[in-house]
Design a binder for this molecule. Structure first.
Ligand code: M6R
Length: 609
Protein backbone atom coordinates (compact mmCIF):
# COMPACT_ATOMS: atom_id res chain seq x y z
CA UNK A 1 0.00 0.00 0.00
CA UNK A 2 2.53 2.82 -0.29
CA UNK A 3 2.05 5.75 -2.62
CA UNK A 4 3.96 6.44 -5.82
CA UNK A 5 4.37 9.72 -7.64
CA UNK A 6 6.56 10.56 -10.62
CA UNK A 7 7.06 13.53 -12.90
CA UNK A 8 8.93 14.25 -16.12
CA UNK A 9 8.87 17.93 -17.00
CA UNK A 10 10.66 20.93 -18.44
CA UNK A 11 10.91 22.41 -14.93
CA UNK A 12 12.43 21.34 -11.63
CA UNK A 13 10.36 18.55 -10.10
CA UNK A 14 11.29 17.89 -6.48
CA UNK A 15 8.90 20.37 -4.79
CA UNK A 16 5.97 19.14 -6.91
CA UNK A 17 6.83 15.53 -6.09
CA UNK A 18 6.78 16.42 -2.39
CA UNK A 19 3.35 18.07 -2.79
CA UNK A 20 2.11 14.99 -4.66
CA UNK A 21 3.34 12.73 -1.87
CA UNK A 22 1.30 14.74 0.64
CA UNK A 23 -1.78 13.62 -1.24
CA UNK A 24 -0.66 10.01 -0.97
CA UNK A 25 0.27 9.98 2.69
CA UNK A 26 -2.99 8.23 3.51
CA UNK A 27 -1.45 5.13 1.87
CA UNK A 28 1.41 4.93 4.35
CA UNK A 29 3.68 7.22 6.32
CA UNK A 30 6.48 5.06 7.78
CA UNK A 31 9.10 6.72 5.59
CA UNK A 32 9.36 8.61 2.33
CA UNK A 33 11.81 9.68 -0.34
CA UNK A 34 12.41 11.27 -3.72
CA UNK A 35 15.00 10.55 -6.44
CA UNK A 36 15.82 12.58 -9.51
CA UNK A 37 18.21 12.34 -12.42
CA UNK A 38 20.45 15.37 -12.59
CA UNK A 39 23.75 15.91 -14.34
CA UNK A 40 24.06 12.25 -15.38
CA UNK A 41 23.61 11.11 -11.78
CA UNK A 42 20.78 9.65 -9.74
CA UNK A 43 20.28 11.78 -6.65
CA UNK A 44 18.10 10.89 -3.71
CA UNK A 45 16.78 12.23 -0.39
CA UNK A 46 14.96 9.92 2.03
CA UNK A 47 13.70 10.08 5.56
CA UNK A 48 12.21 7.89 8.23
CA UNK A 49 8.79 8.95 9.56
CA UNK A 50 6.01 10.91 7.94
CA UNK A 51 6.46 13.50 5.21
CA UNK A 52 7.22 16.37 7.56
CA UNK A 53 10.68 14.80 8.09
CA UNK A 54 11.37 14.59 4.36
CA UNK A 55 10.12 18.14 3.94
CA UNK A 56 12.51 19.31 6.64
CA UNK A 57 15.43 17.60 4.90
CA UNK A 58 14.49 19.03 1.53
CA UNK A 59 14.45 22.50 3.02
CA UNK A 60 18.21 22.11 3.59
CA UNK A 61 19.30 19.82 0.74
CA UNK A 62 18.65 20.75 -2.86
CA UNK A 63 17.48 17.99 -5.15
CA UNK A 64 17.69 19.35 -8.69
CA UNK A 65 16.35 17.51 -11.73
CA UNK A 66 13.55 17.67 -14.28
CA UNK A 67 12.61 14.04 -13.89
CA UNK A 68 11.96 12.26 -10.62
CA UNK A 69 10.03 9.70 -8.59
CA UNK A 70 8.75 9.81 -5.03
CA UNK A 71 7.34 7.37 -2.54
CA UNK A 72 5.58 7.25 0.80
CA UNK A 73 5.84 3.88 2.49
CA UNK A 74 3.83 1.46 4.58
CA UNK A 75 6.38 -1.11 5.66
CA UNK A 76 6.04 -4.70 4.45
CA UNK A 77 9.58 -6.09 3.98
CA UNK A 78 11.93 -4.36 6.39
CA UNK A 79 11.26 -2.10 9.35
CA UNK A 80 10.38 1.58 8.92
CA UNK A 81 13.95 2.88 8.81
CA UNK A 82 15.59 5.25 6.39
CA UNK A 83 17.63 2.46 4.78
CA UNK A 84 14.34 0.78 3.77
CA UNK A 85 12.72 3.98 2.47
CA UNK A 86 12.15 4.19 -1.29
CA UNK A 87 13.35 5.06 -3.89
CA UNK A 88 15.88 2.24 -3.97
CA UNK A 89 18.78 2.91 -6.26
CA UNK A 90 21.85 1.50 -7.89
CA UNK A 91 24.30 3.62 -9.88
CA UNK A 92 22.03 3.16 -12.92
CA UNK A 93 18.46 2.63 -11.73
CA UNK A 94 15.98 4.09 -9.22
CA UNK A 95 12.75 2.30 -8.30
CA UNK A 96 9.66 3.10 -6.25
CA UNK A 97 7.26 0.24 -5.62
CA UNK A 98 3.79 -0.37 -4.27
CA UNK A 99 2.93 -4.02 -3.62
CA UNK A 100 4.76 -7.17 -2.59
CA UNK A 101 7.30 -9.29 -4.47
CA UNK A 102 6.42 -12.78 -3.33
CA UNK A 103 9.57 -14.53 -4.57
CA UNK A 104 11.77 -11.87 -2.97
CA UNK A 105 13.81 -14.33 -0.86
CA UNK A 106 14.65 -16.58 -3.77
CA UNK A 107 15.63 -13.65 -6.01
CA UNK A 108 17.63 -11.99 -3.25
CA UNK A 109 19.64 -15.19 -2.65
CA UNK A 110 20.38 -15.53 -6.36
CA UNK A 111 21.57 -11.93 -6.50
CA UNK A 112 23.72 -12.33 -3.39
CA UNK A 113 25.32 -15.42 -4.93
CA UNK A 114 26.06 -13.33 -8.01
CA UNK A 115 27.89 -10.83 -5.80
CA UNK A 116 25.23 -8.13 -5.36
CA UNK A 117 25.45 -6.17 -2.10
CA UNK A 118 22.13 -5.11 -0.57
CA UNK A 119 21.68 -1.96 1.43
CA UNK A 120 18.08 -2.51 2.59
CA UNK A 121 15.78 -5.30 3.75
CA UNK A 122 13.12 -4.55 1.14
CA UNK A 123 11.75 -6.64 -1.69
CA UNK A 124 11.95 -3.53 -3.88
CA UNK A 125 15.73 -3.44 -3.85
CA UNK A 126 15.71 -6.84 -5.53
CA UNK A 127 13.80 -5.29 -8.44
CA UNK A 128 16.27 -2.46 -8.66
CA UNK A 129 19.23 -4.86 -8.87
CA UNK A 130 17.55 -7.12 -11.42
CA UNK A 131 16.83 -4.22 -13.76
CA UNK A 132 20.42 -3.06 -13.31
CA UNK A 133 21.79 -6.49 -14.14
CA UNK A 134 19.79 -6.59 -17.38
CA UNK A 135 21.02 -3.10 -18.30
CA UNK A 136 24.58 -4.28 -17.57
CA UNK A 137 24.03 -7.28 -19.82
CA UNK A 138 23.31 -4.93 -22.72
CA UNK A 139 19.50 -4.82 -22.82
CA UNK A 140 17.85 -1.46 -23.37
CA UNK A 141 15.81 0.16 -20.60
CA UNK A 142 12.39 -1.07 -21.77
CA UNK A 143 13.55 -4.66 -22.34
CA UNK A 144 15.30 -4.70 -18.97
CA UNK A 145 12.05 -3.74 -17.25
CA UNK A 146 10.08 -6.33 -19.22
CA UNK A 147 12.59 -9.05 -18.41
CA UNK A 148 12.39 -8.10 -14.73
CA UNK A 149 8.59 -8.39 -14.84
CA UNK A 150 9.03 -11.96 -15.99
CA UNK A 151 11.30 -12.68 -13.03
CA UNK A 152 9.18 -11.26 -10.22
CA UNK A 153 6.00 -12.77 -8.79
CA UNK A 154 3.45 -10.87 -6.74
CA UNK A 155 1.60 -7.61 -7.07
CA UNK A 156 3.33 -4.41 -7.97
CA UNK A 157 3.30 -0.98 -9.45
CA UNK A 158 6.73 0.50 -10.15
CA UNK A 159 7.98 3.92 -11.07
CA UNK A 160 11.44 3.56 -12.61
CA UNK A 161 14.24 5.94 -13.60
CA UNK A 162 17.10 4.66 -15.73
CA UNK A 163 20.25 6.73 -16.00
CA UNK A 164 20.96 6.03 -19.65
CA UNK A 165 17.42 7.21 -20.55
CA UNK A 166 17.42 10.46 -18.55
CA UNK A 167 14.33 11.92 -20.24
CA UNK A 168 12.07 8.92 -19.79
CA UNK A 169 10.00 7.90 -16.80
CA UNK A 170 8.86 4.27 -16.79
CA UNK A 171 5.59 3.17 -15.16
CA UNK A 172 4.81 -0.50 -14.64
CA UNK A 173 1.59 -2.08 -13.45
CA UNK A 174 1.25 -5.70 -12.33
CA UNK A 175 -1.60 -5.91 -9.85
CA UNK A 176 -1.32 -2.60 -7.98
CA UNK A 177 -2.89 0.62 -9.25
CA UNK A 178 -0.93 3.19 -11.26
CA UNK A 179 -2.09 5.97 -13.56
CA UNK A 180 -0.72 8.71 -15.79
CA UNK A 181 -1.83 12.34 -15.65
CA UNK A 182 -0.90 14.74 -18.44
CA UNK A 183 -0.41 18.47 -18.33
CA UNK A 184 1.29 21.05 -20.55
CA UNK A 185 4.96 20.15 -21.01
CA UNK A 186 4.87 17.51 -18.34
CA UNK A 187 3.51 14.08 -17.47
CA UNK A 188 2.91 12.53 -14.08
CA UNK A 189 2.45 9.08 -12.66
CA UNK A 190 0.51 8.50 -9.45
CA UNK A 191 -1.06 5.73 -7.40
CA UNK A 192 -4.49 7.34 -7.51
CA UNK A 193 -6.56 10.11 -9.02
CA UNK A 194 -6.24 12.22 -5.94
CA UNK A 195 -2.46 12.50 -6.28
CA UNK A 196 -2.82 13.55 -9.93
CA UNK A 197 -5.86 15.77 -9.73
CA UNK A 198 -3.93 18.83 -8.56
CA UNK A 199 -1.81 18.80 -11.73
CA UNK A 200 -3.87 17.24 -14.45
CA UNK A 201 -7.49 17.27 -15.56
CA UNK A 202 -7.24 13.86 -17.18
CA UNK A 203 -6.09 10.44 -16.14
CA UNK A 204 -5.06 7.26 -17.96
CA UNK A 205 -5.23 4.09 -15.88
CA UNK A 206 -2.68 1.44 -16.73
CA UNK A 207 -3.81 -2.17 -16.92
CA UNK A 208 -2.00 -5.16 -15.43
CA UNK A 209 0.96 -6.08 -17.62
CA UNK A 210 1.38 -2.54 -18.98
CA UNK A 211 4.66 -0.66 -19.19
CA UNK A 212 4.39 3.05 -20.00
CA UNK A 213 7.30 5.02 -21.41
CA UNK A 214 6.69 8.61 -20.47
CA UNK A 215 8.38 11.80 -21.68
CA UNK A 216 7.50 15.38 -20.89
CA UNK A 217 5.37 15.85 -24.01
CA UNK A 218 3.98 12.36 -24.70
CA UNK A 219 3.71 8.82 -23.48
CA UNK A 220 3.28 5.36 -24.96
CA UNK A 221 1.80 2.30 -23.29
CA UNK A 222 2.80 -1.29 -24.15
CA UNK A 223 0.77 -4.27 -22.98
CA UNK A 224 2.07 -7.64 -21.73
CA UNK A 225 2.70 -8.77 -25.33
CA UNK A 226 4.77 -5.65 -26.03
CA UNK A 227 2.10 -4.28 -28.36
CA UNK A 228 1.60 -0.56 -28.29
CA UNK A 229 -1.90 0.08 -26.89
CA UNK A 230 -4.16 3.05 -26.31
CA UNK A 231 -5.58 3.21 -22.82
CA UNK A 232 -8.64 5.34 -22.34
CA UNK A 233 -7.98 8.89 -21.15
CA UNK A 234 -10.66 9.96 -18.67
CA UNK A 235 -11.34 13.39 -17.33
CA UNK A 236 -10.98 13.96 -13.64
CA UNK A 237 -14.43 15.29 -13.00
CA UNK A 238 -14.65 15.40 -9.28
CA UNK A 239 -12.98 18.09 -7.32
CA UNK A 240 -10.84 16.27 -4.82
CA UNK A 241 -9.02 19.18 -3.32
CA UNK A 242 -7.39 18.32 -0.05
CA UNK A 243 -9.80 19.01 2.76
CA UNK A 244 -8.63 21.40 5.40
CA UNK A 245 -9.06 20.69 9.07
CA UNK A 246 -10.65 24.09 9.61
CA UNK A 247 -11.46 24.68 13.25
CA UNK A 248 -10.77 21.05 14.13
CA UNK A 249 -7.58 19.74 15.66
CA UNK A 250 -7.66 16.55 13.64
CA UNK A 251 -9.25 15.30 10.45
CA UNK A 252 -10.89 12.56 12.48
CA UNK A 253 -12.70 15.09 14.65
CA UNK A 254 -13.74 17.07 11.58
CA UNK A 255 -14.98 13.93 9.88
CA UNK A 256 -16.98 12.85 12.93
CA UNK A 257 -18.67 16.25 13.01
CA UNK A 258 -19.33 16.24 9.27
CA UNK A 259 -21.55 13.20 9.55
CA UNK A 260 -24.95 14.92 9.73
CA UNK A 261 -24.07 16.83 6.56
CA UNK A 262 -22.53 13.99 4.54
CA UNK A 263 -25.21 11.50 5.56
CA UNK A 264 -27.81 14.00 4.37
CA UNK A 265 -25.89 14.33 1.11
CA UNK A 266 -25.67 10.59 0.71
CA UNK A 267 -29.39 10.23 1.42
CA UNK A 268 -30.24 12.89 -1.13
CA UNK A 269 -28.55 10.77 -3.80
CA UNK A 270 -30.70 7.72 -3.06
CA UNK A 271 -34.00 9.20 -1.93
CA UNK A 272 -36.65 11.26 -3.68
CA UNK A 273 -37.04 13.83 -0.92
CA UNK A 274 -40.40 15.15 -2.18
CA UNK A 275 -42.04 11.75 -2.40
CA UNK A 276 -40.25 10.15 0.56
CA UNK A 277 -39.36 7.04 -1.46
CA UNK A 278 -36.15 5.53 -2.74
CA UNK A 279 -34.60 6.84 -5.90
CA UNK A 280 -31.77 4.41 -6.63
CA UNK A 281 -30.04 4.70 -10.00
CA UNK A 282 -31.03 1.86 -12.27
CA UNK A 283 -28.82 -1.18 -11.86
CA UNK A 284 -28.23 -3.92 -14.39
CA UNK A 285 -30.16 -6.57 -12.41
CA UNK A 286 -33.64 -7.75 -11.81
CA UNK A 287 -33.58 -7.72 -8.02
CA UNK A 288 -36.71 -9.85 -7.80
CA UNK A 289 -34.67 -12.86 -8.95
CA UNK A 290 -31.83 -12.54 -6.45
CA UNK A 291 -31.67 -15.61 -4.20
CA UNK A 292 -28.52 -14.91 -2.16
CA UNK A 293 -26.71 -11.79 -1.07
CA UNK A 294 -23.06 -11.91 0.04
CA UNK A 295 -21.46 -8.83 1.57
CA UNK A 296 -17.66 -8.80 1.38
CA UNK A 297 -15.32 -6.27 3.00
CA UNK A 298 -12.50 -5.62 5.48
CA UNK A 299 -12.19 -3.71 8.75
CA UNK A 300 -14.87 -1.14 9.45
CA UNK A 301 -16.44 -1.80 6.07
CA UNK A 302 -16.89 -5.43 7.15
CA UNK A 303 -18.66 -4.26 10.31
CA UNK A 304 -20.92 -2.11 8.14
CA UNK A 305 -21.73 -5.32 6.27
CA UNK A 306 -22.54 -7.15 9.50
CA UNK A 307 -24.92 -4.38 10.54
CA UNK A 308 -26.54 -4.41 7.11
CA UNK A 309 -27.09 -8.17 7.30
CA UNK A 310 -30.02 -7.51 9.61
CA UNK A 311 -31.58 -5.13 7.12
CA UNK A 312 -31.07 -7.48 4.18
CA UNK A 313 -32.49 -10.46 6.09
CA UNK A 314 -35.50 -8.60 7.47
CA UNK A 315 -36.33 -6.60 4.35
CA UNK A 316 -35.55 -9.04 1.53
CA UNK A 317 -36.12 -12.54 2.85
CA UNK A 318 -33.10 -13.79 0.92
CA UNK A 319 -30.17 -15.61 2.42
CA UNK A 320 -27.38 -13.25 3.44
CA UNK A 321 -23.72 -13.99 4.19
CA UNK A 322 -21.14 -11.49 5.36
CA UNK A 323 -17.53 -12.30 4.64
CA UNK A 324 -14.11 -10.95 5.58
CA UNK A 325 -12.50 -10.50 2.18
CA UNK A 326 -9.08 -11.93 3.09
CA UNK A 327 -10.71 -15.16 4.28
CA UNK A 328 -13.43 -15.40 1.67
CA UNK A 329 -11.12 -15.15 -1.34
CA UNK A 330 -9.16 -18.24 -0.31
CA UNK A 331 -12.17 -20.38 0.51
CA UNK A 332 -14.18 -22.16 -2.11
CA UNK A 333 -17.73 -21.32 -1.02
CA UNK A 334 -20.38 -22.61 -3.40
CA UNK A 335 -21.86 -19.76 -5.41
CA UNK A 336 -25.39 -19.89 -6.74
CA UNK A 337 -26.19 -18.61 -10.20
CA UNK A 338 -28.46 -15.80 -9.05
CA UNK A 339 -26.21 -14.61 -6.28
CA UNK A 340 -25.50 -10.95 -5.75
CA UNK A 341 -22.17 -10.09 -4.18
CA UNK A 342 -21.71 -6.63 -2.70
CA UNK A 343 -18.23 -5.26 -2.02
CA UNK A 344 -17.98 -2.50 0.55
CA UNK A 345 -14.93 -0.26 0.65
CA UNK A 346 -14.16 3.34 1.47
CA UNK A 347 -11.06 3.43 -0.74
CA UNK A 348 -12.21 1.01 -3.40
CA UNK A 349 -8.58 -0.17 -3.51
CA UNK A 350 -8.34 -2.64 -0.61
CA UNK A 351 -6.36 -5.53 -2.09
CA UNK A 352 -8.26 -8.34 -0.34
CA UNK A 353 -11.68 -6.96 -1.28
CA UNK A 354 -10.54 -6.29 -4.83
CA UNK A 355 -9.24 -9.85 -5.18
CA UNK A 356 -12.52 -11.22 -3.80
CA UNK A 357 -14.39 -9.13 -6.37
CA UNK A 358 -12.32 -10.53 -9.22
CA UNK A 359 -12.87 -14.05 -7.87
CA UNK A 360 -16.65 -13.58 -7.72
CA UNK A 361 -16.77 -12.14 -11.21
CA UNK A 362 -14.88 -15.13 -12.53
CA UNK A 363 -17.52 -17.32 -10.84
CA UNK A 364 -20.37 -15.54 -12.64
CA UNK A 365 -21.70 -13.61 -9.65
CA UNK A 366 -23.49 -10.31 -10.09
CA UNK A 367 -21.32 -7.68 -8.44
CA UNK A 368 -22.00 -4.26 -6.93
CA UNK A 369 -19.39 -2.16 -5.18
CA UNK A 370 -20.26 0.40 -2.54
CA UNK A 371 -17.36 2.83 -2.48
CA UNK A 372 -16.40 6.32 -1.44
CA UNK A 373 -13.67 6.92 -4.01
CA UNK A 374 -15.70 7.00 -7.19
CA UNK A 375 -13.04 6.21 -9.76
CA UNK A 376 -11.33 3.51 -7.72
CA UNK A 377 -10.37 0.06 -9.00
CA UNK A 378 -13.35 -1.56 -7.29
CA UNK A 379 -15.70 0.88 -8.89
CA UNK A 380 -14.27 0.11 -12.31
CA UNK A 381 -14.09 -3.66 -11.84
CA UNK A 382 -17.63 -4.27 -10.54
CA UNK A 383 -20.74 -4.55 -12.75
CA UNK A 384 -22.27 -1.57 -10.98
CA UNK A 385 -21.12 0.82 -8.31
CA UNK A 386 -22.94 2.92 -5.74
CA UNK A 387 -21.06 5.86 -4.25
CA UNK A 388 -21.48 6.72 -0.61
CA UNK A 389 -20.78 10.48 -1.03
CA UNK A 390 -18.88 10.85 2.24
CA UNK A 391 -16.32 13.18 0.61
CA UNK A 392 -12.56 12.72 1.15
CA UNK A 393 -11.89 10.86 4.39
CA UNK A 394 -8.35 11.69 5.48
CA UNK A 395 -8.22 10.34 9.06
CA UNK A 396 -7.03 6.74 9.00
CA UNK A 397 -9.85 5.69 11.32
CA UNK A 398 -13.00 5.41 9.29
CA UNK A 399 -15.89 7.46 10.68
CA UNK A 400 -18.06 9.26 8.14
CA UNK A 401 -17.33 6.66 5.46
CA UNK A 402 -18.62 3.96 7.81
CA UNK A 403 -21.94 5.71 8.45
CA UNK A 404 -22.35 6.67 4.79
CA UNK A 405 -21.76 3.01 3.85
CA UNK A 406 -24.66 2.18 6.17
CA UNK A 407 -26.85 4.70 4.32
CA UNK A 408 -26.29 2.99 0.97
CA UNK A 409 -26.58 -0.51 2.41
CA UNK A 410 -29.91 0.34 4.06
CA UNK A 411 -31.24 1.86 0.82
CA UNK A 412 -30.14 -1.17 -1.18
CA UNK A 413 -31.74 -3.60 1.29
CA UNK A 414 -35.03 -1.67 1.10
CA UNK A 415 -34.77 -1.58 -2.70
CA UNK A 416 -34.31 -5.34 -3.00
CA UNK A 417 -37.10 -5.88 -0.46
CA UNK A 418 -39.59 -3.81 -2.45
CA UNK A 419 -38.43 -5.35 -5.74
CA UNK A 420 -39.02 -8.92 -4.61
CA UNK A 421 -42.28 -8.11 -2.86
CA UNK A 422 -41.01 -8.61 0.69
CA UNK A 423 -41.65 -4.96 1.59
CA UNK A 424 -44.75 -2.92 0.85
CA UNK A 425 -44.69 0.67 -0.41
CA UNK A 426 -45.86 1.78 3.05
CA UNK A 427 -42.95 -0.01 4.71
CA UNK A 428 -40.55 1.58 2.22
CA UNK A 429 -41.91 5.02 3.16
CA UNK A 430 -41.63 4.25 6.86
CA UNK A 431 -37.99 3.18 6.54
CA UNK A 432 -37.15 6.13 4.31
CA UNK A 433 -38.65 8.43 6.94
CA UNK A 434 -36.40 6.84 9.51
CA UNK A 435 -33.37 7.27 7.26
CA UNK A 436 -34.20 10.93 6.85
CA UNK A 437 -34.26 11.41 10.61
CA UNK A 438 -30.64 10.26 11.02
CA UNK A 439 -28.82 13.59 10.43
CA UNK A 440 -30.93 15.20 13.18
CA UNK A 441 -30.48 12.29 15.59
CA UNK A 442 -26.73 12.21 15.25
CA UNK A 443 -26.51 16.01 15.53
CA UNK A 444 -28.21 15.64 18.89
CA UNK A 445 -25.52 13.17 19.96
CA UNK A 446 -22.73 15.45 18.73
CA UNK A 447 -24.21 18.22 20.86
CA UNK A 448 -23.41 16.11 23.92
CA UNK A 449 -19.70 15.85 23.17
CA UNK A 450 -18.85 17.49 26.51
CA UNK A 451 -20.32 14.52 28.35
CA UNK A 452 -18.09 12.23 26.29
CA UNK A 453 -15.07 14.37 27.10
CA UNK A 454 -15.80 13.92 30.83
CA UNK A 455 -16.18 10.19 30.29
CA UNK A 456 -12.90 10.09 28.38
CA UNK A 457 -11.12 11.80 31.31
CA UNK A 458 -12.44 9.09 33.65
CA UNK A 459 -11.22 6.41 31.24
CA UNK A 460 -7.95 7.89 30.07
CA UNK A 461 -5.81 5.35 31.93
CA UNK A 462 -7.61 2.18 30.88
CA UNK A 463 -5.51 -0.58 29.39
CA UNK A 464 -8.27 -2.92 28.28
CA UNK A 465 -12.02 -2.83 27.76
CA UNK A 466 -14.94 -4.70 26.23
CA UNK A 467 -17.80 -3.39 24.14
CA UNK A 468 -20.91 -5.56 24.40
CA UNK A 469 -24.11 -5.56 22.39
CA UNK A 470 -26.71 -7.82 20.83
CA UNK A 471 -28.13 -7.93 17.31
CA UNK A 472 -26.97 -4.94 15.28
CA UNK A 473 -25.31 -3.56 18.41
CA UNK A 474 -22.80 -6.42 18.27
CA UNK A 475 -21.09 -5.13 15.10
CA UNK A 476 -21.55 -1.59 16.46
CA UNK A 477 -19.61 -2.83 19.51
CA UNK A 478 -16.87 -4.31 17.30
CA UNK A 479 -16.60 -1.06 15.37
CA UNK A 480 -16.37 0.88 18.65
CA UNK A 481 -13.58 -1.43 19.87
CA UNK A 482 -11.72 -1.12 16.56
CA UNK A 483 -11.83 2.68 16.78
CA UNK A 484 -10.38 2.64 20.29
CA UNK A 485 -7.69 0.09 19.38
CA UNK A 486 -6.48 1.81 16.26
CA UNK A 487 -6.14 5.35 17.52
CA UNK A 488 -5.48 5.01 21.26
CA UNK A 489 -3.65 1.64 21.23
CA UNK A 490 -5.85 0.46 24.09
CA UNK A 491 -6.79 -3.21 23.91
CA UNK A 492 -10.52 -3.49 23.24
CA UNK A 493 -12.84 -6.21 21.99
CA UNK A 494 -16.38 -6.07 20.71
CA UNK A 495 -18.35 -9.10 21.82
CA UNK A 496 -21.91 -10.39 21.57
CA UNK A 497 -23.33 -9.66 25.03
CA UNK A 498 -25.03 -13.06 25.21
CA UNK A 499 -21.80 -14.89 24.42
CA UNK A 500 -19.89 -13.44 27.39
CA UNK A 501 -20.85 -16.22 29.71
CA UNK A 502 -19.20 -18.75 27.41
CA UNK A 503 -15.71 -17.56 28.20
CA UNK A 504 -14.83 -13.87 28.22
CA UNK A 505 -16.67 -13.37 31.51
CA UNK A 506 -13.51 -14.82 33.08
CA UNK A 507 -11.80 -11.53 32.20
CA UNK A 508 -14.11 -9.49 34.39
CA UNK A 509 -12.62 -8.03 37.53
CA UNK A 510 -13.18 -5.06 39.74
CA UNK A 511 -13.44 -1.77 37.85
CA UNK A 512 -12.76 -3.25 34.39
CA UNK A 513 -14.56 -0.78 32.09
CA UNK A 514 -17.30 -2.37 29.98
CA UNK A 515 -19.32 -0.49 27.37
CA UNK A 516 -22.84 -1.93 27.16
CA UNK A 517 -24.81 -0.85 24.11
CA UNK A 518 -28.51 -1.29 24.76
CA UNK A 519 -31.14 0.62 22.81
CA UNK A 520 -34.65 0.00 24.10
CA UNK A 521 -35.59 -2.50 21.41
CA UNK A 522 -36.64 -6.16 21.40
CA UNK A 523 -33.19 -7.24 22.65
CA UNK A 524 -33.03 -4.67 25.45
CA UNK A 525 -34.06 -6.97 28.30
CA UNK A 526 -31.67 -9.71 27.24
CA UNK A 527 -28.82 -7.20 27.06
CA UNK A 528 -29.70 -5.85 30.49
CA UNK A 529 -29.54 -9.38 31.93
CA UNK A 530 -25.97 -9.53 30.63
CA UNK A 531 -25.34 -6.11 32.14
CA UNK A 532 -26.40 -7.48 35.53
CA UNK A 533 -23.92 -10.35 35.13
CA UNK A 534 -21.18 -7.80 34.52
CA UNK A 535 -22.16 -5.64 37.51
CA UNK A 536 -22.26 -8.74 39.74
CA UNK A 537 -18.54 -9.17 38.99
CA UNK A 538 -17.77 -5.59 40.04
CA UNK A 539 -16.83 -4.43 36.57
CA UNK A 540 -17.51 -0.79 35.78
CA UNK A 541 -20.28 -0.33 33.22
CA UNK A 542 -20.78 2.56 30.83
CA UNK A 543 -24.28 2.09 29.44
CA UNK A 544 -25.21 3.59 26.08
CA UNK A 545 -28.98 3.69 25.89
CA UNK A 546 -32.00 6.00 25.51
CA UNK A 547 -34.36 7.53 28.08
CA UNK A 548 -36.65 4.54 28.11
CA UNK A 549 -33.67 2.23 28.47
CA UNK A 550 -32.40 4.18 31.44
CA UNK A 551 -35.86 4.27 33.00
CA UNK A 552 -36.16 0.49 32.73
CA UNK A 553 -32.72 -0.34 34.04
CA UNK A 554 -33.95 -0.75 37.60
CA UNK A 555 -32.02 -0.65 40.81
CA UNK A 556 -28.51 -0.57 39.42
CA UNK A 557 -28.98 2.87 37.87
CA UNK A 558 -26.67 4.42 40.44
CA UNK A 559 -23.95 1.84 39.99
CA UNK A 560 -23.30 2.63 36.34
CA UNK A 561 -22.32 5.53 34.14
CA UNK A 562 -24.72 6.31 31.31
CA UNK A 563 -24.64 8.14 28.03
CA UNK A 564 -28.08 8.81 26.60
CA UNK A 565 -29.01 9.11 22.95
CA UNK A 566 -32.36 9.67 21.23
CA UNK A 567 -34.89 6.88 20.73
CA UNK A 568 -34.03 4.83 17.66
CA UNK A 569 -35.41 2.06 15.45
CA UNK A 570 -33.97 -0.73 13.31
CA UNK A 571 -32.72 1.78 10.72
CA UNK A 572 -31.38 4.58 12.88
CA UNK A 573 -29.96 2.64 15.86
CA UNK A 574 -26.61 1.59 14.28
CA UNK A 575 -25.92 5.18 13.21
CA UNK A 576 -26.88 6.78 16.49
CA UNK A 577 -24.98 4.29 18.68
CA UNK A 578 -21.84 4.51 16.53
CA UNK A 579 -21.37 8.21 17.23
CA UNK A 580 -20.60 8.03 20.99
CA UNK A 581 -18.11 5.24 20.32
CA UNK A 582 -16.28 7.34 17.72
CA UNK A 583 -16.17 10.30 20.12
CA UNK A 584 -14.99 8.19 23.05
CA UNK A 585 -12.16 6.70 20.99
CA UNK A 586 -11.18 10.15 19.73
CA UNK A 587 -11.11 11.81 23.14
CA UNK A 588 -9.25 8.97 24.86
CA UNK A 589 -6.65 9.08 22.07
CA UNK A 590 -6.40 12.84 22.48
CA UNK A 591 -5.70 12.45 26.20
CA UNK A 592 -3.13 9.77 25.47
CA UNK A 593 -1.42 12.04 22.97
CA UNK A 594 -1.33 9.55 20.10
CA UNK A 595 -1.17 10.55 16.45
CA UNK A 596 -4.92 10.44 15.86
CA UNK A 597 -4.96 10.92 12.09
CA UNK A 598 -1.93 8.77 11.37
CA UNK A 599 -1.87 6.04 14.03
CA UNK A 600 1.19 3.83 14.14
CA UNK A 601 1.52 0.86 11.76
CA UNK A 602 -1.64 1.72 9.81
CA UNK A 603 -2.47 3.20 6.45
CA UNK A 604 -5.69 4.53 5.04
CA UNK A 605 -5.73 2.31 2.02
CA UNK A 606 -4.53 -1.26 2.39
CA UNK A 607 -3.40 -2.28 -1.06
CA UNK A 608 -1.38 -5.34 -0.03
CA UNK A 609 -2.68 -8.75 1.01
O1 M6R B 1 -11.00 1.24 2.17
P1 M6R B 1 -11.69 0.08 2.85
O2 M6R B 1 -13.04 0.45 3.39
O3 M6R B 1 -11.75 -1.13 1.99
O4 M6R B 1 -10.78 -0.25 4.09
C1 M6R B 1 -11.05 -1.35 4.91
C2 M6R B 1 -10.29 -1.27 6.20
O5 M6R B 1 -8.91 -1.24 5.96
C3 M6R B 1 -10.67 -0.03 7.01
O6 M6R B 1 -12.04 0.01 7.28
C4 M6R B 1 -9.89 -0.01 8.35
O7 M6R B 1 -10.32 -1.05 9.16
C5 M6R B 1 -10.06 1.36 9.02
N1 M6R B 1 -8.80 1.83 9.47
C6 M6R B 1 -11.00 1.33 10.17
O8 M6R B 1 -11.08 2.54 10.83
Amino acid sequence: MCGIIGLVSKREVSSTLLEGLKRLEYRGYDSSGIATINNKKIERVRSKGNLSFLEEKLANISLPGKIGIGHTRWATHGSPEEKNAHPHITNKVAVVHNGIIENNNQLRNQLIEAGVKFSSDTDTEVVCHIITSYINSGLNAYDSIRATMNDVKGSYAFGVLILNEPDKLFAVRGGSPLAIGSARNENFIGSDTYSLSAYSDNITYLKDGDVAVIENDSFRVFDYSNSSVKREKQSIIESVSLSEKGIFKHFMSKEIHEQPEVIAKSLSNYIDMDKGVLNIPSLPYDFSTITNVTLVACGSSYYAGLIARDWFEKFTNVKVDVEIASEFRYREPPMVSNGLTIFISQSGETADTLAALKHCKSRGQKTISIVNVGDSSMCRDSDASLKIYAGPEIGVASTKAFTCQLVVLACLAIKIGTSNGSLSKEQEKEYVKSLLSIPRLISNTLDKEDEIIDLAHDLSNITTTLYLGRGQMYPVAMEGALKLKEISYVHAEGYPAGEMKHGPIALLEKDLPIFMIAPSNSLYEKTVSNLYEVIARDASVILLTDNEGLHNIGLIKNKIKTFLVDETDIISAPFVYTLPNQLIAYHIALLKGTDVDQPRNLAKSVTVE
